[in-house]
Design a protein around this ligand. Structure first.
Ligand code: BG6
Length: 484
């Protein structure tokens, strides 16, 4: 049954986010954004999850987004390299504050608009389809100061205003859009995902579910507006995916995993089906959540369902209902998703578990649930790379990781018959890590000479994976082999 390649027109490519690669944070009329004040070092996570208020750049801290890999000045070189790899698609995000420096300005910043227009035109020149994330961990600081981020409903109008500007400007250049990056991350990294800093006495569940409601309404309005302005466009939602496996066959563990999955699917359920699932109402009620549901909200959600489901997949997750087992086996590394170690899997250097078959599980689960085309818009391995004396970089571990995941995706497409639109590997070029702020945690197939302390020439170097991925794309995924 298995055929080797992928359907014609499969969108192979890579993905980045403005705040992790552009730099130029105060150039070209750009305003300050949430991630610009998320520092490097031990306070990073506290700020990212909304526990520590830092709404401006403070003395004694460094901020990785400020320069990042300076794609602001290197984009021509970088897109040329993507074209050399044969990219059919490049996923990037627009920095909201490059377009509207205060988030809701009446006059957009022409320099910012031109910056992305140049990028999209360059993509067109190389026949690369841009895939644009409208909001990738990016809330304008001015709006956080004014409204407290997405806890306030007024964010919806600001977001829709921003969408109107970019849709009208780029309607002939961009077809594929994503409304919010990893929308479910709002529950876990509330400042990064929604510009929320918790105040003392906050009813946190109500704050979070109202912020979610506002983002969902904003997403639905953006979808509707996009379809009016660009009838042929494809509007997607985006999930930080990865199925929860039960640690044991104990039904309590099964139920625990089921509920944890639902916490994440909740967002996509609304964006894909246009209404809240019945259990979500019950759960909010039980948690005492006071949802600010107003007249017309349900109609808005129903009218703004997405055309496809995109997601990131790095690992599956594993859970148990038993607090003692949980404490004993809790997974180190990225603390964003609380989970236990799955003893059947190996770990990356950063403690993320490697589970290629989990990608096939995730693809099938999402399709069973929504029956909409899928798009894998993030997948990759964060690892340390070494530049050899002759300037080469051998990264068989990355090739191996990607090969196994692409194989799993190929089975999902060819054996299971799931419609997958494309695959954009995360951090096709080394960039700043969202969770740690490090440069050392490299995902790219293109190396960028810069270290955690900000030293380096910013030179770009092709890794072995660059040549391997080029061949994968050339053969439309039929040849995944690699010989050193
Ligand atoms: C996803 C984000 O969560 O994972 C990216 O959309 C992020 O922004 C990526 O960079 C990898 O995570 P990290 O923390 O290793 O950069």
């Amino acid at each position: 049954m298995t055929t080797k390649g992928f359907p014609e027109g499969f969108l192979w490519g890579g993905a980045t986010a403005a705040n992790q690669c552009e730099g130029g944070y105060d150039q070209g009329g750009r305003g300050l954004s949430s991630v610009d004040v998320v520092p490097f070092g031990p306070d990073r996570m506290k700020v990212a999850i909304g526990e520590r208020r830092m709404l401006s750049c403070e003395e004694g801290y460094s901020y990785p987004s400020h320069e990042a890999i300076d794609m602001y000045h290197h984009y021509e070189e970088d897109i040329r390299l993507f074209a050399e790899m044969g990219f059919k698609c490049y996923r990037l995000s627009i920095a909201w504050t490059r377009i509207l420096p205060n988030g809701d300005d009446d006059t957009p910043n022409e320099e910012g608009l031109r910056f992305y227009e140049d990028i999209f035109k360059l993509c067109k020149k190389y026949s690369i389809e841009p895939l644009v994330t409208i909001d990738h961990f990016d809330t304008p600081i001015a709006l956080i100061e004014k409204y407290g981020g997405w806890r306030d409903r007024k964010m919806i109008d600001a977001y829709v205003k921003y969408c109107g500007v970019i849709f009208n400007r780029y309607k002939d250049l961009v077809r594929y859009w994503i409304t919010f990056n990893e929308i479910n991350m709002l529950l876990h990294m509330s400042f990064m995902g929604a510009g929320i800093v918790f105040n003392e006495g906050d009813d946190r569940q109500s704050v979070l579910y109202n912020a979610a409601h506002h983002e969902l309404l904003a997403s639905a309005r953006a979808v509707k507006l996009a379809h009016e302005i660009m009838p042929d466009c494809m509007m997607g939602c985006m999930l930080a995916a990865g199925q929860f496996y039960p640690y044991s066959p104990d039904p309590k563990d099964i139920w625990d995993g089921f509920e944890k999955d639902r916490d994440n699917y909740f967002f996509i359920d609304v964006q894909a089906r246009g209404s809240y699932p019945v259990w979500a109402w019950k759960r909010m009620e039980a948690a005492g959540v006071k949802l600010d549901l107003r007249e017309g909200d349900e109609k808005t959600l129903a009218e703004g369902t997405v055309d496809y489901i995109s997601f990131s997949y790095y690992a599956s997750r594993c859970t148990t209902a038993d607090p003692e087992i949980f404490a004993k086996h809790q997974r180190p590394g990225n603390a964003v998703f609380k989970a236990v170690v799955n003893p059947y899997l190996k770990n990356t250097e950063w403690g993320w578990q490697i589970d290629p078959l989990g990608l096939r599980v995730t693809i099938n689960t999402l399709y069973d649930r929504y029956q909409k085309p899928l798009f894998i818009v993030e997948n990759g391995l964060g690892a340390t790379d070494k530049v050899e004396e002759d300037g080469s970089i051998h990264d068989p571990y990355r090739i191996d990781y990607m090969r196994q995941h692409i194989e799993a995706m190929r089975d999902a497409v060819n054996v299971d018959g799931i419609p997958v639109l494309g695959y954009t590997s995360w951090g096709c070029i080394d960039l700043v890590s969202a969770s740690t702020g490090e440069m050392k945690k490299r995902y790219g197939m293109i190396y960028v000479d810069k270290d955690n302390e900000g030293n380096g020439t910013l030179n770009r170097i092709r890794k072995d994976s660059f040549y391997w991925y080029k061949k994968v794309i050339e053969t439309n995924g039929a040849d995944l082999s690699w010989e050193e």
